[in-house]
Design a protein around this ligand. Structure first.
Ligand SMILES: Nc1ncnc2c1ncn2[C@@H]1O[C@H](COP(=O)(O)OP(=O)(O)O)[C@@H](O)[C@H]1O
Ligand SMILES: [Mg+2]
Length: 361
């Protein structure tokens, strides 16, 4: 095939693909017919292959006829990422400031703001692991009427390997179509390593996300929310897309008390939440460690009250049986606190705080 033809054909093919992803059936049909036309022309010029080219041309004509169906099929792919959530703000302990800033930013994107005022297009949640960043995003999803599209970077990279940048375009096409929308990119750090050392797929995905965020003058009712445990890995180009950077810190005593209350809901206690919160703060626990400690404490109590639980020979017979319980006591939590260790060292904590002071809001 002549080089000029083949590169033109490739181009049309790509534009066809792209139109499908954008959900633009008319455009997809147009480029499918361009491909068909080009192949028919080739058939008339290269007689010895004309049979072959004609068959390809017919394939494209069939695709042109079916664009509507294909557009639907594709969008179903990313539509699966639209999340519903039954997490509410009450399930998130502490983090008053973060909740407020987040609600504000998203509220402004959804509402009609007067004049030339431009709401944020990108919001970054950063802080130590386990502090509730993903949980905050879920609470946001559960509490508002916007479309919420949740993207976990590691999933996109593994499941759609090689196609990840296409997926990103489809995600934003969908978000605009269903605006107001929040695109939540969890584990953004997986994309934010030094770009030179990144896998190609990751680099393309990141490039597409940044381009999509830039692509429109006003936000079009789409806000991108990203979360990271390693904000210092973000370079200037990425940071500039996320002008609102919200610190999600380890809980203070007040926050830890609320988190204990959430994870011990409905359980009788013979200890005060305040005393538990004091220990958690001293041990540099995040919300995740507090949740784990609660589980250990409950297990400790259940084991004591239901000795058959720790008997491998009897454990088969307890399915469906009501377990005996008693109020949780200090000894249950002593057991739990011993087993749960925070992965965060003071030094690292200082690093977060420095970064927050320099770049956060
Ligand atoms: N502020 C919080 N309030 C209540 N539970 C929390 C909080 N932070 C963390 N958790 C608990 O820890 C788990 C992990 O939190 P997650 O939001 O995934 O942390 P991150 O995304 O910041 O690493 C949550 O599912 C929840 O059970
Ligand atoms: Mg998370």
């Amino acid at each position: 095939m002549k080089v000029a033809y083949s590169s033109l054909l490739h181009r049309y093919e790509r534009l066809y693909e792209r139109a499908l992803e954008e959900g633009n059936a008319g455009k997809a049909r147009f480029f499918a017919l361009q491909c068909a036309g080009l192949l028919r022309k080739l058939a008339s010029e290269e007689l010895q292959f004309s049979h072959y080219y004609l068959k390809l041309a017919e394939d494209w004509e069939r695709k042109a006829e079916n664009v509507e169906v294909d557009v639907k099929k594709r969008s179903n792919g990313v539509e699966r990422l639209i999340t519903s959530s039954n997490v509410t703000w009450e399930d998130v302990g502490g983090l008053k400031e973060a909740k407020k800033l987040l609600a504000q930013a998203v509220g402004m994107t959804m509402a009609k703001v007067p004049g030339g005022f431009k709401p944020w297009k990108g919001v970054l949640l950063f802080g130590p692991p386990g502090t509730g960043k993903t949980l905050l995003a879920k609470a946001l999803a559960g509490s508002m009427k916007a479309t919420f599209i949740g993207v976990k970077v590691s999933d996109v990279l593994s499941k759609y390997f090689g196609e990840s940048s296409k997926i990103a375009s489809s995600i934003y096409a969908l978000a605009r179509q269903k605006a107001p929308s929040v695109v939540f990119i969890d584990e953004f750090d997986a994309l934010a390593m030094k770009r030179s050392s990144m896998e190609d797929a990751g680099r393309r995905l990141l490039g597409t996300i940044l381009a999509e965020m830039d692509g429109f003058q006003d936000s079009g009712g789409v806000i991108t929310l990203a979360s990271t445990n390693a904000p210092w890995d973000l370079d200037e180009a990425m940071l500039s897309r996320f002008p609102l950077r919200i610190y999600v810190p380890l809980p203070d005593e007040e926050g830890a008390r609320e988190i204990f209350a959430i994870h011990l809901r409905g359980l009788p206690l013979r200890v005060t939440l305040e005393s538990l919160a004091r220990v958690a703060v001293k041990k540099l626990y995040s919300g995740r460690e507090i949740a784990n400690a609660c589980t250990f404490a409950v297990l400790h109590m259940l084991e004591e009250m239901n000795p058959e639980l720790s008997d491998p020979l009897k454990v088969g017979s307890i399915a469906g049986k009501e377990l005996t319980i008693r109020p949780l006591e200090a000894k249950d939590f002593r057991y739990a606190f011993k087993r749960v260790k925070s992965p965060i060292k003071r030094e690292l904590l200082k690093k977060y705080e420095r970064w927050a002071r320099e770049y956060g809001v």
